[in-house]
Unconditional design. Structure first.
Ligand code: PA5
Ligand code: NI
Length: 184
């Protein structure tokens, strides 16, 4: 008999048939992440901004993690819902993202502070090089789901960009507007 592998449902991004870990990140967890902190405080703290499902696999050197992020549609003030974003603790370690559903942007920023945005959509493939911070942004009306694969040893460094990335993305006049900001 053949081994039944874990599965990702391409249409929904749901992971199944493997040992799974789950984490929800809510409005109340995202203090000072969005430009308009007052607007964040007006929203219901329990509202989930994104869910991550992850295969519970080995974190040993050479092993890979696989996870799906489901980033819900919404805004804090005019700024689209987004993940906290991070460098890897092991800066040289890269990652691959695959867009599964919805539409959005992947914000990438180097250690020198150069930021760029890649379109995310069903089927998009994103090579995140080492030494590059990354954040997903949902600019659409639907859930944005993306599959990620990264080294188990990479780790997360959230502190390095706690003051924010160099680019923020807002809805203005019904259009997606990217703005360069001072901090980050
Ligand atoms: O490994 C990744 O980059 C993703 O799985 C992210 O961890 C996920 O999207 C959640 O974002 P963050 O870790 O920045 O809160
Ligand atoms: Ni990462």
């Amino acid at each position: 008999s053949f081994i039944q592998p874990p599965q990702v449902a391409w249409a929904s991004g749901a992971l199944a048939d493997g040992p799974l870990l789950r984490k929800s990140t809510r409005i109340q967890d995202l203090t000072d992440v969005f430009a308009d902190e007052n607007a964040r405080q007006q929203l219901a703290g329990e509202q989930v901004v994104y869910d991550v499902e992850m295969l519970d696999t080995s974190p040993a050197e050479g092993e890979l993690y696989t996870g799906v992020t489901h980033l819900y549609p919404g805004r804090v003030g005019c700024e689209y819902f987004m993940t906290r974003g991070h460098f890897h603790a092991r800066r040289e370690q890269g990652e691959v993202y695959f867009g599964l559903r919805g539409t959005g942007l992947l914000l990438l920023q180097t250690e020198q502070g150069n930021a760029r945005l890649e379109k995310v959509f069903a089927g998009s493939v994103h090579i995140i090089p080492g030494f590059t911070a990354h954040r997903l942004i949902n600019t659409g009306e639907e859930v944005l789901s993306a599959l990620a694969v990264w080294p188990g040893i990479a780790g997360h460094d959230y502190a390095a960009l706690a003051r924010g990335f160099r680019i923020r993305v807002f809805e203005e006049n019904n259009r997606v507007q990217a703005k360069e900001v001072q901090n980050g």
